[in-house]
Ligand binder design. Structure first.
Ligand SMILES: *Cc1c(COP(=O)(O)O)cnc(C)c1O
Length: 378
């Protein structure tokens, strides 16, 4: 939509809004394998507890607890337990956001806004870093990952940081394991990150930690310029509630707290995250099944000679077409995505390939069947 309003920033015309699901896509009859959510709703016992707390304890006329202290402490406990750390992490190391998306924006505001810096991303990767940076007028320096194993081109990355034709790179955003490609950081990449200047914030987004069980939290204590992002939107089944958190040095956390909105987390979401942590054994118990399903899907799809498919450490698979370079065939990938949608399965066409979330066993069986049919026809 073009507008003639002088008071709207002209550069926003170049940016498209993130497109959430349309009304027809929200319909329950579709398999939602496009946004990497858990396919499992909260168990009714926990939903019941949440409803009880809402009924009995939340006063809707009151603002939420804006200090987040109870939730931060519970998160710190979980982080320590899952990384087998003693003592080093407390609520001072945690900041909570309305989804980790909000934290990404806070990081950008606290580091790069006002011409102070640029960010570095390695494509294909999570799109929100670049989208949010652009809405704030922050330059995005983009490098490409290898098209065979999606590792970073460390020479290109070093050169991009050294260039002086943009404000200094203040933040490097890395997903571990990466979305949409599912690969974890390699030893060489980790060493590169460890050797970056202390003047650069390294953001390691561990949105899929509960699936990969690979975390860099243990290194945070030694690396004060690192920040780890996590979310309740994936393995913890709380995408509807919008809760994410950052783990970092208290001075970085303090900066994020300054720029966030005072009551960013609604009381209901706050309680949902607390309950999810309390019942984490129950909620995370199903992850083994998801990993088994991922393996099954991978086994079947990898037998097709017309597909290239990669191993994944997260709750999704990434694939491309084996004919020519699929990066040059966006129409073909778009057509497969559309054909699958017509048959009732939503997947994501992104970063030159297709990303398929692991769903319930029934959904996955349908994915296989529909995918085979579409590929056999084309
Ligand atoms: C899904 C996802 C998130 C989660 O974002 P929320 O705002 O917490 O829902 C963050 N980072 C990556 C890489 C993701 O894939």
């Amino acid at each position: 939509m073009t507008n003639n309003y002088k008071f709207i920033r002209a550069d926003l015309a170049q940016i498209s809004a993130y497109t959430p699901h349309s009304i027809e896509e929200i319909a329950h009859s579709l398999d939602h394998l496009d946004t990497n959510e858990s396919p499992y709703d909260l168990p009714t016992t926990i939903k019941g507890k949440l409803a009880w707390v809402y009924q009995e304890e939340i006063e809707t006329n009151r603002y939420p607890d804006g200090s987040h202290i109870v939730l931060k402490s519970a998160i710190a406990e979980y982080v320590k337990q899952s990384a087998k750390l003693n003592g080093e992490i407390s609520h001072h190391n945690i900041s909570v956001g309305n989804g980790s998306d909000e934290l990404i924006r806070s990081i950008l505001i606290a580091t790069c806004l006002g011409g102070e810096g640029s960010i570095l991303v390695a494509n294909p990767t999570f799109s929100m870093y670049a989208i949010l940076a652009k809405t704030l007028g922050i330059p995005v320096i983009e490098i490409q990952r290898s098209d065979t194993d999606f590792s970073l081109d460390l020479v290109a990355a070093t050169e991009a940081i050294a260039q002086t034709n943009h404000p200094p790179v203040r933040v490097v955003f890395i997903v571990h394991p990466n979305s949409p490609t599912g690969n974890c950081l390699t030893t060489a990449e980790l060493d590169w990150l460890r050797n970056l200047s202390q003047d650069i914030l390294v953001v390691i987004d561990e949105a899929y930690f509960e699936f990969s069980q690979s975390s860099l939290v243990g290194e945070l204590v030694r690396r004060s310029n690192w920040l780890i992002l996590r979310t309740f939107s994936k393995a913890f089944r709380l995408a509807a509630h919008r809760v994410g958190y950052a783990i970092a040095d208290p001075a970085i956390v303090a900066a994020l707290e300054k720029v966030r909105l005072p009551y960013n987390l609604p009381s209901f979401s706050y309680i949902a995250a607390l309950l999810a942590l309390k019942h984490r054994d129950l909620l995370l118990d199903i992850i083994g099944d998801t990993l088994q399903e991922r393996e099954k899907l991978w086994q079947i799809l990898s037998q097709r000679s017309d597909l290239k498919i990669w191993q994944s450490q997260a709750n999704f698979l990434y694939l491309q077409l084996n004919n020519a370079s699929s990066a040059q065939n966006p129409e073909q990938l778009a057509k497969i995505t559309q054909d699958l949608k017509n048959q009732g399965t939503l997947i994501r066409h992104t970063g030159g390939g297709l990303r398929i979330t692991i769903g319930t066993p029934v959904e996955n069986a349908r994915t296989i069947e529909r995918m085979q049919k579409i590929l056999d026809r084309s």
